[in-house]
Every structure is written in C-alpha cells, then in structure tokens.
Design a protein around this ligand. Sequence first.
Ligand SMILES: [Zn+2]
Length: 108
Amino acid sequence: MIKFPPVILVGGCDIRIVYPHTFKERTDLFGQYDHSLREIRVVGVDGGGSLCAPFHTMTTFVHELIHAMDFHTGHRIFENNEKALDGHAETWCQILRDTNGLRFLLDE
Ligand SMILES: [Zn+2]
C-alpha cells in the first residue's frame, strides 16, 4: 500500500486524502475528487478484490489531484475531458518515475 499524506495543500486549500477508500455503490470507480468536502478518494482494492498496483494507484491519485487543481484554478479544462486527464496523469507519473533527480528539484 502506498503511504499518502493525510492532507495535501492545493492552491491554499487543504485537501484530505482518503486511502484506501471503498465505494459502496460502485465497483467501477478507482478514485474521486469531492470538491464540496475537499477530499480525494482512492481505492486500494479493485472491483474484483485484487490489490491495485502502485503505479495504477498513483495515476489514480494524480488524476484526482489534477481534478482538484482544475477546480481550484477555476479553469475546469478537464471537467468533461476524462480521457485527456487520464493521459496527463499517466504521463506525469511516468515522468516522475523515469527521470532520476526530477522529484528532488523542488527540495530546499
Ligand atoms: Zn476524473
């Protein structure tokens, strides 16, 4: 299981990270951003009961994080464009995974 921080700051707002989350009514969802509750939810187990792979969990988290960023910046460019958002999330995770040293550039 990935160890997410309990809260992430997005544009000045605290967003709670709920992981592992279980969607009670739907088994086809892997994640969700709830703007009213300022909450990102990410499942730990898929609809078939298998543990989600870490890369899949991260792309789900980044997908929902971009939704949060989209709301907080007010642009909402991904609101009705889930496939483009999937592509951005997967590419962000790939870049961070495959580029040595990149994730440390912002360390002080
Ligand atoms: Zn989405």
